[in-house]
Design a protein around this ligand. Structure first.
Ligand code: NAD
Ligand code: UDP
Length: 389
């Protein structure tokens, strides 16, 4: 069922309904993007992934009002000949598929490099050969460390924006040495960006590259032992949520001094929606997508989440809500960290008029309310079984 009013792009032209091949549609970002496209557009989505738990409500089976709008294609893009056919049938391919949890970068560097570079190659090739538009998901991690991080801690230049603000067309990519396998992910993502850019320059591929800066919200990753492996280490939002749900202290890696800017998934999805529907403004661009106003240290994030979770759950916080752990203990050999990530918003603002809206406090309230509702009962049951046996 098409929306009653015809959609127009930022230049006032009608938006034609598109067929979109979305690879990695069953993940965190993909699930929100599928929901958005189903609710607000008449585009058709081929949702490609190896699993579909997070989009089950949309595809298994599709609810009657979405009949013909979304189909799930369970396939591994590493080795499935159906991929090319799907890309050929679509107008636009969006590639979200990746191994993208830091705990894997230093412990499964081969899988990380294959997933982020080798497995993305055929996607780029099929788009280029068939003259199809590609929106590829990279990462803010391609910037690596800030220039300022190499100055002494109290050096005044560290406060100057040119020493830390990350700009798509100016900032260098600064990674640690090869023994710090943490950077296997960033390096693979950088190389696929360069390859896509080169396909654009030499063969006219129409592409957009997205660099997400810590998008967070409901359905991010998994809660270990509930909907993911008990020994698994998800990204920080899910790690801290898990600790809060179980009433255990939040673990601060190497003192929790690293800084991050967090953006609400629903704000960020608006930006992707604009890219989809404004190809003339988005093609050939690399976009930072983040919220420069939501900067905290990891320690501050832990403090905020502890406070917000106490309000949401009605359970008082622990007397000692946080503990320090070394990165070697927590992630193992070869871990390293990005020190600070402030996205420059000039390009996305100019091209798409996009700005993030949701303050960190508000997005944590929404997200922790969701975590509590979704997981608390399961965790209670699990903990009472464990103590009974
Ligand atoms: P996610 O892990 O939730 O989603 C990735 C999805 O890709 C998963 O559902 C996974 O099953 C699927 N996938 C992986 N390999 C596949 C394969 N070989 N075949 C088919 N499906 C496969 O992660 P996400 O947070 O939704 O991230 C999506 C993209 O955005 C990734 O490329 C990631 O590097 C990038 N990114 C995200 C963030 C963020 O803040 N969430 C930050 C930086 C970069
Ligand atoms: N981190 C932490 N405790 C945890 C999980 C993560 O202190 O339980 C830190 C991690 O070392 C990093 C930051 O939180 O400095 C963000 O980690 P995340 O996994 O979300 O990914 P990143 O932003 O590094 O890509």
């Amino acid at each position: 069922s098409a929306p009653a009013t015809a959609r127009v792009d930022l230049d006032g032209n009608p938006v034609a309904p598109l067929t979109i091949c979305m690879i990695g549609a069953g993940g965190f970002i993909g699930s929100h993007l599928c929901e958005k496209l189903m609710a607000e557009t008449s585009h058709v989505v081929y949702a490609v992934d190896v699993y579909c738990d997070k989009i089950r409500h949309l595809v298994d089976p599709a609810p009657p009002h979405l009949a013909g709008r979304i189909s799930f294609h369970r396939l591994n893009i590493k080795n499935d000949s159906r991929l090319e056919g799907l890309i050929k049938m679509a107008d636009l391919t969006i590639n979200l598929a990746a191994i993208c949890t830091p705990a894997d970068y230093n412990t499964r560097p081969l899988d990380t490099i294959y997933s982020n570079f080798i497995d993305a190659l055929p996607v780029v090739k099929y788009c280029s050969e068939n003259n199809k538009r590609l929106i590829h998901f990279s990462t803010c991690e391609v910037y690596g460390k800030t220039i300022g991080s190499f100055l002494p801690t109290d050096h005044p230049l560290r406060k100057e924006p040119e020493f830390y603000v990350l700009k798509e067309d100016e900032s260098p990519c600064i990674f640690g040495p090869i023994v710090k396998q943490r950077w296997s992910y960033a390096c693979a993502k950088q190389l696929i960006e360069r390859l896509i850019f080169a396909e654009g320059a030499e063969n006219g591929l129409e592409f957009t590259i997205v660099r997400p800066f810590n998008w967070i919200g409901p359905r991010m990753d998994f809660i270990p032992g509930v909907d993911g492996p008990s020994e698994g280490v998800p990204r920080v939002l899910a790690c801290f949520s898990n600790n809060l749900l179980r009433g255990e202290p939040l673990k601060l890696v190497d003192g929790g001094q690293s800084q991050r800017t967090f953006v609400y998934i629903k704000d960020a999805i608006e930006a992707v929606h604009l890219m989809i529907e404004n190809p003339a403004r988005a093609n050939g661009q690399i976009f930072n997508v983040g919220n420069p106003n939501n900067e905290v240290t990891v320690r501050e994030l832990a403090e905020m989440m502890t406070e917000v979770y106490a309000n949401v759950s009605g359970e008082p916080p622990l007397d000692e809500p946080m503990i320090d752990v070394s990165s070697k203990q927590f992630y193992g050999e070869g871990y390293d960290d990005s020190d600070k990530r402030i996205p420059d918003m000039t390009i996305i603002n100019k091209q798409l008029g996009w700005n993030p809206k949701t303050p960190l406090k508000d997005l944590l309230e929404t997200t922790l309310t969701y975590q509590h509702k979704t997981y608390k009962e399961a965790i209670k049951r699990q903990m009472s079984q464990a103590s009974a046996s």
